[in-house]
Design a protein around this ligand. Structure first.
Ligand SMILES: Cc1cc2nc3c(=O)[nH]c(=O)nc-3n(C[C@H](O)[C@H](O)[C@H](O)COP(=O)(O)OP(=O)(O)OC[C@H]3O[C@@H](n4cnc5c(N)ncnc54)[C@H](O)[C@@H]3O)c2cc1C
Length: 227
């Protein structure tokens, strides 16, 4: 289902003290929502600026950066279950953890409430600008990719482990471990999903053999693959 065409409204509640509740539908672009909040002087979504995708996907993945993640601001999430029931879960009931959530298989997130707080819009803009500059400086955003391939293991960085086994620049077909950030696999032209998976498996194998760390994938495989 493509929710962005028909399920992308947003509504800002009147402020209660410093706090404003934003009710937003799942098809809304996360970066667009972050920009709308900034223009109203609302802080809390600066981390989300530049993360591609929809609000629904961001909640399902508990998207975030070192500066914050969806679980920090999610007050409630409304889902339509596989059998058509509408359920409203509190933030605490969503099972959020690092790049993961506990929504039931088949639940479609349709709406959420996020808690933001009032701040000076120039300061918010500045935090967003800094985050975006840091992202551009460290990630290969000029080339197509699926974002970070692996979750960072506790106390370490997936990119550092992959770089340490000499895989920067490693290619299978058109899929290449980015020279800029080893946790990104970029498409240099004509990469198939199979090429990307072959690179992923090589990184998993070499990192495990060298450091004993089993990398956990952040990306999900959709479709059929020979694993
Ligand atoms: C260049 C690049 C940079 C990235 N940087 C970051 C980053 O800094 N931090 C970060 O956390 N992520 C990052 N990502 C990953 C990605 O942007 C997030 O996972 C994104 O939030 C997913 O949203 P989406 O709408 O594209 O969902 P999809 O990729 O389409 O789906 C992701 C998962 O969410 C589920 N899902 C999607 N919508 C719904 C819904 N409405 N209801 C229920 N389940 C749903 C899907 O079934 C799937 O399991 C990056 C990706 C790229 C390509």
């Amino acid at each position: 289902m493509r929710l962005s065409k028909f399920c992308a409204d947003v509504e800002f509640s009147p402020a209660q003290g410093n706090k404003v509740i934003v009710k937003a539908q799942a098809g809304l672009s996360l970066t667009r929502l972050s920009g709308l909040a900034m223009r109203r002087g609302l802080s809390g979504l600066e981390f989300a600026y530049g993360i591609p995708g929809t609000l629904g996907g961001a909640l399902a993945m508990n998207a975030g950066t070192r500066e914050g993640e969806m679980k920090d601001i999610a007050v409630s999430v409304t889902v339509v279950t596989r059998d058509g029931a509408v359920k409203r879960l509190s933030g605490g009931e969503c099972g959020f953890s690092y790049r993961s959530s506990g929504f039931a298989d088949g639940d479609a997130i349709v709406e959420c409430e996020l808690a933001l707080r009032r701040d000076d819009d120039a300061r918010i803009r500045e935090r967003m600008r800094k985050g975006w500059e840091a992202r551009k400086a460290s990630q290969p955003l000029d080339k197509p990719s699926a974002g970070s391939i692996f979750k960072n293991p506790a106390g370490n960085f997936a990119g550092r482990l992959i770089e340490a086994v000499g895989l920067k620049g490693y290619c299978v077909g058109g899929a290449m471990v980015s020279e800029k950030h080893a946790n990104f696999i970029v498409n240099t032209g004509g990469a198939s999903a199979g090429d990307v998976l072959a690179v992923i498996k090589e990184a998993e194998r070499r990192v495990y053999e060298t450091s004993g760390v089993r990398l956990e994938r952040e990306i999900k495989l959709v479709g059929r693959f020979d694993e």
